[in-house]
Design a protein around this ligand. Structure first.
Ligand SMILES: [Zn+2]
Length: 684
């Protein structure tokens, strides 16, 4: 054990993980040792002779398991962003034992008896508000993990959770396999027609990453989306689209069709063990929304309006297609291409004109600058800190009084060993319970790296994604709470996208663009006319974006609202039928289909929860208006309230109350509809 660097003291600066000494074989023994010590700590809490009180039981539970937590954080970060077949094998082997450990913790009868007693006495205890919140939260964690079930049901519940952990791990690995296995080599000349230089450069880099010459398109979002937008080769667009939406549906080893059904069957059983008729009811009980009706209510506000908008957009696409001398339906692989033509015609704007102003380094600097002006943070690069991949950048983060508040790691580039998407994770949460911990926060993006010697240029969408993840990062870094369970982004899941989504607003503020969106060759700021045109075009194609998103949310809700133990025999047919019923136009197409929908099946935290982005968008659209009303995107009083009540509060305050404290009133849905151009009078 003692030669395992994960189990020795982490003596790198700031207690960062000993990345350079880590080998695959270190993880399993370290995870097992972490579980053993966690169990030991919990047994000691349960076996105390002293009557339960807040500190010897609730706070002690919050302090337990730190070794396991930090080893697991490193492990899951590597399996997501720098994995290997060997690491994947460890991940599959450990999925079951880790899930069993969770069940054993939350079904420990002696421990729960102490917590339950305190919870019953809660109104009589003299607890600070954060302490009361922690007691409620941990008690609910136990109940939701099966602490109240009878012993026979507990055995079955633990089996269900263990099996779910195995299956969701396999699901994610299958998607990664299908994503990294597919590539479309472009054979020069006609194959390249329409592709702007930035896409060509990214495709050259993707080829060289794979040891190939020429240009390659992969299923990385930052390559496939621009390819579908610009390529004049309809046949190649169709090939690429079919590969993209076919992930997880390829017969053989990586087929997710039965796997997704197995997951749904187990989730239904999980819900039934809790006395619920469907998984959505179980999942939503611990959210702001609370019920299926509330979620359907919000989707119902948006869906019909979005259908009207998308039909208007489809007509515009047909028109421009006809005037280009082409007839026929708009197919899903055509939509982005013709939309780009309309955007160019109507707003005199195109991605290729915008990208040179969004050099990656400039967008990062813009995000840091906004965090500085809003919250007083300063980011200092530290190339000497240990990281797990040469592409990762490390920063020390200081506040306005020059105190160190945390460490920020940013891993921006796509690679075959990284899963798709963009996400924030934590290697260590901020807290003051036990030895005080400064947060170590990580952002992962999947940008296509510019070819050697060439800059990485982002689209506006990419830049927004960077700001989004950075907003989650700030939620982790600015956290200022006592207890670890309430720290950072560990809030209700339909609240967690508020800090990320509200931060997206700053990337398109004219003031921010003027300062940071500078041409990578000339250093000239983005011309005002381009800023104006970008703003004029901001609601363009929002019908398309909104119906695609909302359709995925509807499918998620439908499939998790089924009250029968047995899922539909053919999930793909179920999905197609549902979309037909809801009137999704054929040309729109979905790129989050059930067979590769990682939000739903790579874990359970977003299952029956894809709606959360829209839920949080109600809050972020309404919340950002506070800056508009104050007359400045950096209005200090509004920024101070945003920091205190939203970014710093973690889960220490009930989210509805936290929002109202920031905004001075509850949110309204109108700003969201307006932002998306879904208010009739304002249709763009
Ligand atoms: Zn997010």
């Amino acid at each position: 054990m003692t030669d395992n660097p994960l189990l020795r003291p982490w003596d790198a600066p700031h207690g960062l993980p000993p990345f350079e000494r880590l080998r695959t074989e270190h993880f399993e023994p370290a995870l097992r040792e972490g579980m053993r010590r966690h169990r030991e700590e919990l047994s000691a809490i349960a076996a105390q002779a002293a009557q339960p009180d807040f500190d010897n039981t609730v706070a002690a539970f919050d302090r337990a398991g730190r070794l396991l937590a930090r080893v697991a954080a490193v492990f899951y970060n590597l399996t997501s962003s720098a994995t290997s077949p060997e690491l994947q094998a460890v991940q599959r082997a450990m999925a079951g034992p880790m899930a069993s450990h969770q069940s054993a913790v939350y079904m420990d009868a002696a421990l729960f008896a102490r917590l339950d007693l305190l919870h019953e006495q809660r109104t009589g205890l003299t607890l600070a508000p954060e302490q009361r919140r922690l007691l409620d939260r941990i008690h609910l964690d136990f109940v939701r993990a099966g602490a109240r079930l009878d012993p026979a049901r507990q055995v079955r519940y633990a089996q269900v959770m263990e099996e779910l952990a195995r299956l969701t791990t396999r699901f994610a690995q299958n998607v990664l396999h299908d994503e990294s296995a597919w590539q479309l080599p472009l054979r020069g000349g006609a194959d390249l027609a329409g592709l702007p230089e930035s896409v060509l450069a990214a495709a050259r880099q993707a080829a060289s990453d794979r040891g190939l010459d020429g240009h390659v398109i992969t299923l990385s979002r930052s390559l496939i989306v621009p390819f579908l937008t610009f390529s004049q080769r309809r046949d190649l667009r169709e090939q690429a689209w079919r590969a993209w939406v076919g992930r997880g549906e390829n017969a053989g080893e990586t087929d997710n069709r039965e796997l997704a059904r197995d997951i749904l069957r187990l989730r239904n059983e999980q819900a039934r063990l809790h006395g619920r008729s469907c998984f959505a009811d179980h999942a939503l009980a611990d959210t702001m929304a609370g019920t299926r009706q509330a979620v359907q209510g919000l989707l119902g506000e948006v869906w019909p309006r979005a259908l009207v908008a998308v039909e208007r957009e489809r007509q515009a696409l047909l028109e421009v297609q006809r005037s280009a001398g082409q007839e026929g339906e708009i197919e899903p692989w055509d939509w982005r291409f013709w939309a780009e033509q309309v955007r160019r015609d109507r707003y005199a704007i195109n991605d290729a004109e915008v990208k040179p102003y969004f050099r990656l380094e400039n967008v990062v600097a813009a995000a840091f600058d906004c965090a500085g002006r809003l919250f007083g943070l300063r980011f200092t690069p530290r190339s000497d800190l240990p990281v797990y991949h040469p592409d990762v950048r490390a920063y020390e983060v200081h506040d306005a009084s020059d105190a160190l508040v945390g460490i920020f790691l940013q891993d921006n580039f796509a690679r075959p060993s990284k899963r798709s998407g963009a996400w924030m994770s934590s290697l260590r949460w901020q807290c003051r319970n036990g030895p005080a911990q400064l947060p170590v926060i990580l952002n992962n993006n999947n940008f296509a790296k510019g070819a050697a010697g060439e800059p990485t240029l982002l689209s506006l969408d990419d830049a927004r994604t960077l700001f989004h993840e950075f907003g989650h990062g700030l939620h982790g870094l600015l956290s200022d709470v006592t207890y670890e369970r309430l720290s950072g982004t560990q809030v209700l899941r339909d609240f967690v996208e508020l800090p990320s989504q509200i931060f997206e607003h700053w990337i398109t503020e004219p003031e921010v663009l003027q300062r940071h969106a500078r041409h990578f060759r000339t250093g000239e700021p983005m011309p005002l006319s381009l800023v104006d045109r970008m703003h004029a075009a901001r609601r363009f194609n929002q019908g398309y974006e909104t119906v695609r998103y909302a359709a995925s949310a509807l499918v998620d809700m439908a499939v998790h609202s089924l009250e029968t133990p047995e899922p539909p025999a053919d999930l793909c047919a179920f999905e197609a039928g549902l979309l037909r019923e809801h009137g999704l136009p054929h040309g729109v197409g979905l790129n989050h289909r059930l067979v590769h929908f990682q939000h739903l099946f790579a874990g359970s935290s977003y299952a029956a929860g894809y709606y959360v982005y829209l839920w949080a968008e109600v809050l972020d659209a309404d919340g950002y208006d506070a800056f508009v009303e104050a007359g400045s995107p950096f209005a200090p009083a509004v920024a101070a309230r945003l920091k205190r009540h939203i970014y710093a509060a973690g889960n220490s305050v009930e989210p509805g109350a936290a929002y109202a404290a920031f905004r001075g009133r509850p949110p309204t849905v109108q700003p969201l509809l307006k932002k998306r151009g879904l208010v009739e009078a304002e249709a763009a």
